[in-house]
Ligand binder design. Structure first.
Ligand code: ATP
Ligand code: MG
Length: 141
């Protein structure tokens, strides 16, 4: 399988509860390496622009409020099959449906406050990495 990069976000509910280190350890244990990372606070508008595909969904306003409610950790993860692997490690969107041992099963508070985001395709990964990072900020090797 090919080495890929994917965009990961540790969401405000998890950063607030100091779960950043535990979540990074879960990625590293499964072979995903952090090749870029920063802690930032989004405005509601910036959150809306990141989640623009969900603009017309009923949960959009709540999602943007939440994503701008506190600091997030945005990171680029690299590894074999990184895009799918990251989503497996996160688990299902709804924590009640997420498998035991996944980030969302262990840590999520609700469907909205679900602790992590991961890109869902190669195209989205490229766009989402470019949304948060310049080329110089991402380790290339
Ligand atoms: P993400 O894009 O954050 O990795 P995902 O791909 O599993 O999550 P999406 O369908 O893209 O899920 O939804 C984006 C985010 O919007 C979810 O992670 C969750 O925080 C929120 N969300 C999705 N569906 C709902 C819902 N029905 N009610 C409340 N919030 C929701
Ligand atoms: Mg998604």
């Amino acid at each position: 399988m090919s080495v890929e990069k994917t965009l990961s976000i540790i969401k405000p509910d998890a950063v607030k509860r100091d779960l950043t280190g535990k979540i990074i350890a879960m990625f590293e244990e499964k072979g995903l390496r952090v090749v870029a990372q920063k802690k930032i606070l989004l405005s509601k508008e910036q959150a809306g622009s990141f989640y623009a595909v969900h603009r017309d969904r009923p949960f959009f306003d709540e999602l943007c409020e939440f994503m701008s409610s506190g600091p997030i950790v945005v990171q680029v993860l690299q590894g074999s099959n990184a895009i799918d692997l990251n989503r497996q490690i996160m688990g299902a969107t709804n924590p009640e449906q997420a498998e035991t041992g996944t980030i969302r099963r262990e840590f999520a508070l609700s469907m909205t406050e679900n602790s992590a985001h991961g890109s869902d395709s190669a195209e989205t990964a490229r766009d989402e990495i470019n949304f948060f990072f310049s080329g110089l900020e991402v380790l290339q090797f």
